[in-house]
Design a protein around this ligand. Structure first.
Ligand code: TMP
Ligand code: MG
Ligand code: ZN
Length: 200
């Protein structure tokens, strides 16, 4: 029997804000580096919260990264020599092309590790994340602690001027503790959410 395990797959780390997604991504990156294998780390330009050229977790874990505007840039950095792995943080902010690029690199034998929010502040699937989750070989879904009741938090509460955000507010609003809390399903509030008539 052939016991050789081929490299090349997609790993997704998903969950709400403050669940430790970036921390887990950094942990995997460091393990690859300890093993003396090469890993190239990317993050979308839009995320300038803590640092321009580093991926940074809420508890200040950090590792160097390349800022990209367009996922096509990932191919430029991997075209000369395929790395053992690539890692992308905040993948929910990238355009759809990132899905094809992740699939392509995994097909070529690259270990692809991405981290992102599974749901937006409305509690709905975030952009391309559902498709990435479906295509991944390995999914890790992390939870946080609800800042209201202390149960497991699976959602992110956006707060604007002390009030829960409205359903119609823009999806993208880069921020941290000033605008966002981790909440469980039952403590999560979205103002003016359209009623789901089927279930009334
Ligand atoms: P984090 O997952 O590392 O905590 O970062 C999530 C980023 O996404 C943060 O900048 C806030 C932003 N964000 C949105 O743009 N829209 C949303 O609906 C949510 C929940 C977060
Ligand atoms: Mg993060
Ligand atoms: Zn709660």
């Amino acid at each position: 029997m052939d016991l050789q395990v081929k490299d090349g797959w997609i790993e997704v780390i998903a969950g709400s804000m403050y669940a430790g997604k970036t921390e887990e991504l950094i942990r995997r990156i460091k393990r690859i580096e300890y093993a003396k294998k090469d890993v190239i780390v990317f993050k979308p330009q839009i995320d300038n919260r803590y640092s321009v050229n580093e991926v940074v977790s809420h508890n200040n874990g950090r590792t160097r990264s390349i800022n990209i505007n367009n996922p096509i840039e990932i191919l430029e950095y991997t075209s000369d020599k395929l790395p053992y792995a690539i890692a992308i943080d905040e993948v929910q902010f990238l355009s759809r092309e990132v899905i094809d690029i992740c699939e392509h690199l995994a097909d070529q034998g690259v270990r692809v590790i991405v981290a992102g929010l599974d749901k937006d502040f409305r509690g709905e699937p975030f952009g391309i994340m559902p498709e990435l989750l479906a295509r991944a070989e390995f999914v890790t879904k992390l939870d946080a602690i609800c800042q209201v009741c202390g149960d497991k938090a699976t959602r992110t509460q956006r707060i604007i001027n002390g009030q829960p955000a409205k359903y119609s507010d823009p999806i993208i609003l880069v921020g941290a503790k000033e605008q966002y809390e981790a909440r469980c399903r039952h403590c999560h509030i979205v103002l003016d959410k359209p009623v789901q008539k089927y279930y009334e």
